[in-house]
Design a protein around this ligand. Sequence first.
Ligand code: SAM
Ligand code: DTB
Ligand code: SF4
Length: 324
Amino acid sequence: MQTIENRAAGQSAAARKWKIAEIEALFERPLLDLVFLAQQIHREHFAPNEVQRSTLLSIKTGGCSEDCGYCSQSARHDTGLKRERLLPIDEVLQNARAAKAKGASRFCMGAAWRGPKDQDMAPVLEMIREVKQLGLETCVTLGMLKSGQAQALKEAGLDYYNHNIDTAPEFYGQVITTHTLQDRLDTLDKVRDAGINVCCGGIVGMGEGRRGRASMVAQLANMNPPPDSVPINNLVAVPGTPMESAEAVDPFEFVRTIAIARITMPASFIRLSAGRQQMSDELQAMCFMAGANSMFYGERLLTTDNPDSDHDERLFARLGLRAI
Ligand code: SAM
Ligand code: DTB
Ligand code: SF4
């Protein structure tokens, strides 16, 4: 039988699918063995000590038709969030310039839509073209795409499309009922077919349990090819959402999830995503040790807070990390 070390090192990994039980077995390993293995694999595929930084901007906030149980922006949850219209291009560019000046390499624009309507496309395409002109990589997350929309985004110069599977397939219906996992997978196919890099991950801490986490990672790792970028979000429990009282996962369980994402998706960027504001510097350092090599940078995520960039700059200096 092939050992996890062998297959994780890439030997015939592309040809084989990860079984949920195999990933559960990884979760059972001693934490330090797991982090050591993840860091070894990380160094076979990436330069050590380099972390990619993306800055987020919510270009269209709140009032979303979907019922995603974790989300502050669903019109079905009373979170007190003010619904806003699509931001004007000038405001978007001002934010993008500031992000570049602070050292982000990618600018990610998020919209609280089930998917873009035809009339939404022109202004978003303009944003992508102009942000790209500033010398930043571009990313958008706009919900589900109709045929032709992915191609239009690609032609405008889009580098990445973020569209998460969010949770394990068997848990999906308990979190979201207004669309299905298959709807999300269909959009991911359109994105990939249009030649756009895929950014796809999920959330930890919604009551999914270890098997749920293993199943979510299996779903991501078994994509062919796996996503180029894999955001692992720690749930931000937003008051007024159905998840407001979800029990936080043990921080070491979060580190394990990062390590296992690294082991099962050796060549993907693993993004330490939502939830950093609630993490100590030491816990974040452990996530980098476990193979996270990308993060959101700048004081806001979409509707919730992220650490100040000054704090992150200090953390990078203390850890000897280099931003890419
Ligand atoms: N409407 C688009 C969509 O659903 O793809 C784009 C925006 S949506 C807010 C982007 C992703 O952010 C979600 O798929 C989810 O994984 C993550 N997210 C949203 N709210 C979160 C929260 N409270 N905690 C952690 N992650 C969250
Ligand atoms: C992703 O996986 N995480 C980001 C990004 N993709 C768009 C969003 C996190 C949102 C956290 C809650 C909020 O700020 O609303
Ligand atoms: Fe809407 Fe996206 Fe939030 Fe779901 S995650 S409610 S689709 S903004």
